[in-house]
Design a protein around this ligand. Structure first.
Ligand SMILES: Nc1ncnc2c1ncn2[C@@H]1O[C@H](COP(=O)(O)OP(=O)(O)O)[C@@H](O)[C@H]1O
Ligand SMILES: N[C@@H](CCC(=O)OP(=O)(O)O)C(=O)O
Length: 375
């Protein structure tokens, strides 16, 4: 067994994501037989000491089937309606399958906003942790009813990675309709080769995933690679593997070389920093002078107003902003101690002047180093 595969042996907390194409048997409706098989495997993993969070797609595909729609609708409200109809079937089916084993499930519907807001993030995290402590299997999907185009995760690979980050999982297992990541899209190239192990950060992966998705899936392989890079930020590994491989999950956890294992290059970051790194949305940008870039990146210092040259965007205190150098390249992200208007008034000024300029002093730093993560 390779050194890297040992990461899977005995993994304690796993996120298992099952994609639409696989779950709905390429659009023919929920594949109840296959779902039963995965539940048997998940229950076996639990008996062997693993905690499991299931991220399940399939609500839109199942809703389309129930409504008799053969083509994915173009309008967002129709997609949302299909998702609302299909989600019922999805949770019903999972609930029923887990009940055969006497295991309780819980439905968790999340939007990106839930994970962008520090308070809601912490709430989602404690609910998930409580459910795991109670031996319940959380079943997560995107809350399609309320999301709009810009804030959609869009694919559940990203959602799976953010959930891995949220509960500090050891790994994310993405079950899909191919055996794993191939060096080219196997639907178009019969001679494509399966990739067994790589660093998640390996830039060569992007070209391999350029082929797009299947008819029902949203992201194809590129969102799975992106997810592996998100998961990496909390030190989690990702496996992309064929969900139809016999007894795939227990075999993976025993270290068998199935699918594609994408491993993190770096160690674990503190939980707060993980959350910051996992953010997709920033609300504004601070342009740092060269001294501030050096202070933040090399010396690990907080960002003081004196090192900021300009501020764009409209953010509130506590919101996420991007820090870029004078050429516009992002060097860090962090939570601002002042809103955008205040930041504009204090930029370039020593911290001793903040109270005089604003009439109060929240903090000496514009972003404290504990709330700053390098990108
Ligand atoms: N290099 C690649 N290796 C494997 N699959 C690829 C590759 N490039 C593109 N694909 C496509 O990605 C599809 C899986 O992604 P997707 O349709 O989004 O499924 P899911 O619903 O499981 O997320 C595969 O069926 C395949 O056609
Ligand atoms: N949340 C939606 C869409 C998610 C989706 O299809 O994602 P994926 O299976 O990752 O391609 C659903 O359940 O249908």
């Amino acid at each position: 067994m390779s050194e890297q595969r040992k990461r899977l042996v005995g993994a304690r907390r796993l996120i298992v994501k099952i994609g639409s194409a696989l779950l709905t048997n390429d659009g023919r409706g929920l594949d109840l037989g296959a779902m039963g098989g995965w539940v048997d495997q998940l229950v076996a993993l639990r008996s062997a000491g693993a905690e499991i969070v299931l991220v399940s797609s399939g609500s839109v595909a199942e809703g389309m089937k129930r409504l008799g729609w053969s083509r994915r609708p173009a309008h967002l409200h129709e997609l949302q309606a299909a998702a609302a109809v299909g989600q019922m079937g999805l949770v019903q089916a999972w609930e029923w399958q887990f009940q055969r084993h006497g295991v309780h499930t819980a439905q968790i519907l999340l939007t990106h906003d839930d994970l962008s807001d520090r308070k809601r993030y912490l709430n989602a995290r404690s609910t998930l942790r409580t459910l795991l402590d109670l031996n319940v299997v959380p079943i997560v999907n995107e809350n399609d009813t309320v999301v709009t185009d810009e804030i959609r995760f869009g694919d559940n690979d990203t959602l799976g990675a953010l959930v891995a980050n949220l509960v500090e999982a050891d790994g994310l297992v993405i079950l899909t309709d191919q055996l794993g990541l191939f060096d080219r899209d196997p639907r178009q190239h019969a001679d494509a080769q399966l990739v067994s192990e790589r660093f998640a950060s390996d830039a060569a992966l992007d070209a391999m995933a350029a082929g797009g998705s299947g008819a029902l899936g949203r992201g194809g392989m590129s969102t799975k690679i992106r997810a592996a890079r998100f998961a990496e930020r909390s030190g989690a590994f990702t496996v992309i593997v064929g969900g139809r491989i016999d007894n795939v999950l227990p075999r993976l956890r025993q270290g068998e070389a199935l699918g594609t294992l994408l491993v993190p290059e770096q160690g674990r970051q503190a939980a707060r920093k993980q959350w910051i790194a996992g953010h997709l949305n920033t609300r504004g940008t601070l342009v740092l002078d060269a001294g501030a870039v050096l202070g933040v990146t090399v010396r690990g210092k907080s960002l003081l107003p004196v090192g900021v040259r300009s501020v764009t965007g409209d953010f509130r205190r506590g919101e996420m902003v991007s820090c870029v150098d004078e050429q516009g390249a992002e060097v860090a992200r962090g939570l601002a101690n002042y809103d955008a208007g205040e930041a504009r008034r204090i930029l370039g000024r020593p911290s001793a002047e903040i109270a005089g300029l604003l009439g109060y002093l929240a903090e000496e730093e514009l972003i404290h180093r504990d709330n700053l993560v390098l990108t």
